[in-house]
Design a protein around this ligand. Structure first.
Ligand code: DGJ
Length: 574
């Protein structure tokens, strides 16, 4: 407010204005203008993750929000490359860009912080109506210390590396370097302080602390200091978290062949936990750590990057890094069974599911967004989706310049406009979603008295035998007892009154017919009928009725093809 404007205001109005100004500076909104500060504070609370009955939601502007993200390539966050990022985000209909913040750029000299790139990406994100997840490339990046500032790299005797079993230094930072820890804490806290000051709009939803922490080429640090700790007692909280009895005299005694990797996970989690706590104390945004995975079926120690939150050490990470809200899997596994197993392993009562990175064959990969939503995910974000140099994961997709984006764009075009409803229905436990699995042409989702039967590759009316490639995906949410929201691609969805599991297995409940539990008691057979199938579109988060489908469009169930289609379906029995 200008002082000449203040002259014309009454005393109460001036007091209100001053209060607003104080609130404005308190929350660091000084750079934004327009609506009164108090209103802004109300409109833009700090994003947070909430839990209810074991289900999670990321609250943005006071309501559940689904991050439909894309992660840029590692070297894309520079003034000269961002113009190769935003067109991809737009093409994808993504609502969130995951982009790195490089420690070497942010702290070029000890204690001197350069926020120009943070400010630039914030400004550009706002101009593109996108949110950001910032990736703190700090002490660890893919197990190495490559993003440490040069002034640190030049002093490996202070900012130490992991020592392997043979006494050689490895290309990985030691979690026992107090100097590295203090430097990272200071830099990360400075980043959070800056965000708190400049991001009253809450463009940034969440931060990733480090990137794929841990070590390749050694299962742990074997330096003299580490050896001493390894020979000593295991901290009580680690034993408790891992369900081991108290009293083990050493790590080997407690964990046998898993001792080295568990020890490294403990050391890395403690280190990252301290950084996260330091940042969160300044500005309490949700924080997560991403994991380079081990094979969920045969991940023996020594075959994967040890130290990070791999599935076998999640309890250690939870115990040692409570300021981290989410332990998140980077999924690059080509096998369907492995992919789905990883989702299951990271969807825990104490951990919201979030996939911050994934890549694979773009057409078949896209269906996993739906598997992820079926496990109440708060977000999903394929890796490397920008127009800078194409990473190896996408080589071979040369048929069109956008072939690496198309299937994800198809997903986000459909789910984007309805993401608030999807996030809310998921948080309320009323949504199920699924993806096609090879050799499984039919899947059933259970909703109390109703089953939704999803089938693939049967055309409009034929027997389902699976699509030529597994690309089918479906989402069904129960709006009322007998009303459902239905969407997806390359599948057919139908409903039937729920029969007992035994009946289903015995095949006595046919497609589209069956017995409800209550009808079972009365010994009556009942059949499904569509009362109304409304086709519509989501506009500004609201379902807008378009037409009623009937006849060929519903007689064999609800066919969903390559076009984005949303249906509101009322069912009954006769
Ligand atoms: C996982 C890492 O977290 C990413 O930064 C990137 O290096 C990809 N792997 C591979 O391109």
């Amino acid at each position: 407010m200008r002082t000449d404007e203040m002259k014309t205001l009454s005393i109460p109005k001036i007091l209100a204005a001053l209060t607003a100004c104080v609130a404005c500076s308190l929350v660091g909104l000084a750079q934004t203008s327009g609506a009164p500060a108090a209103q802004r504070v109300k409109e833009h609370p700090v994003p947070r993750i909430v839990e209810q009955d074991g289900r999670y939601a990321l609250m943005v502007d006071g309501a559940p929000f689904l991050m439909l993200g894309a992660q840029s390539n590692n070297s894309s966050d520079w003034p000269g490359t961002l113009d190769k990022v935003w067109p991809a985000i737009e093409y994808l209909h993504a609502n969130t860009l995951e982009t790195p913040i490089y420690w070497e750029q942010f702290e070029p000299e000890p204690g001197r912080f350069d926020s120009t790139q943070v400010d630039l990406v914030l400004k550009e994100a706002r101009a593109h109506h996108a949110h950001l997840v910032l990736l703190w490339f700090g002490t660890w990046k893919n197990g190495s210390q490559h993003y440490m500032p040069e002034w640190m790299k030049l002093k490996p005797e202070i900012y130490t590396h992991v020592t392997n079993k043979n006494g050689e230094l490895v290309d990985s930072p030691s979690p026992f370097s107090q100097a590295s820890l203090e430097a990272d804490k200071r830099a990360f806290a400075a980043l959070m302080k800056h965000l708190k000051e400049v991001d009253g709009e809450r463009t940034v939803l969440m931060l990733q602390v480090e990137n794929e922490t841990g070590t390749w080429g050694a299962m742990r640090d074997y330096s003299p200091e580490a050896e001493k700790l390894f020979a000593g007692p295991v901290p009580a909280e680690v034993l408790k978290a891992m369900g081991k009895p108290a009293g083990a005299t050493s790590w080997r005694d407690a964990f046998g062949a898993e001792a080295d990797v568990n020890f490294h996970a403990w050391a890395v989690a403690k280190y990252v936990g301290e950084i996260a706590a330091a940042g969160k104390a300044v500005y309490p945004l949700p924080l997560y750590v991403n994991a380079a995975l081990r094979d969920p079926f045969k991940g023996a120690p020594g075959t994967y990057e040890a130290g990070g939150p791999t599935d076998n050490v999640l309890p250690i990470w939870k115990a040692e890094a409570p300021a981290i809200d989410v332990l998140a899997p980077d999924i690059y596994l080509p096998e369907t069974a492995s992919y789905l197993k990883v989702l299951e392993l990271y969807h825990r009562a104490d951990n919201p599911l979030f996939v911050p990175e994934t890549a694979g064959s773009p057409r078949t990969l896209a269906r996993f967004l739906f598997s992820t939503l079926g496990l109440q995910a708060i977000g999903y974000s394929p890796f490397g989706l920008d127009y800078t140099r194409t990473p190896p994961a996408h080589q071979g997709d040369t048929d069109s310049p956008n072939s690496f984006l198309d299937a994800t764009a198809q997903n986000y075009k459909l789910v984007g406009p309805m993401m608030r409803d999807v996030a809310r229905l998921n948080f309320e436990g009323r949504l199920q979603a699924t993806a096609e699995v090879e050799s499984e042409p039919t899947q059933t989702l259970h909703f109390g008295d109703w089953d939704a039967v999803v089938s693939y590759g049967g055309g409009r009316s034929g027997t389902p035998k699976g699509n030529a490639e597994p690309i089918g995906r479906a989402l069904v949410a129960q709006l009322k007892e007998s009303q459902f929201l239905v969407t997806g691609y390359f599948c057919r969805v139908d409903f039937r009154p729920a029969g007992s599991e035994a009946q289903r297995k015995a095949g006595t409940v046919a497609f589209g017919t069956g017995q409800t539990p209550s009808a079972l008691l009365e010994g009556k057979w009942v059949h499904r009928q569509f009362l109304k199938v409304e086709e519509g579109t989501y506009e500004n988060g609201v379902f807008k009725f378009g037409r009623i489908l009937n006849g060929d469009q519903t007689d064999w169930g609800l066919g969903l093809g390559a076009e984005p289609e949303v249906l509101r379906v009322s069912v009954g029995t006769y």
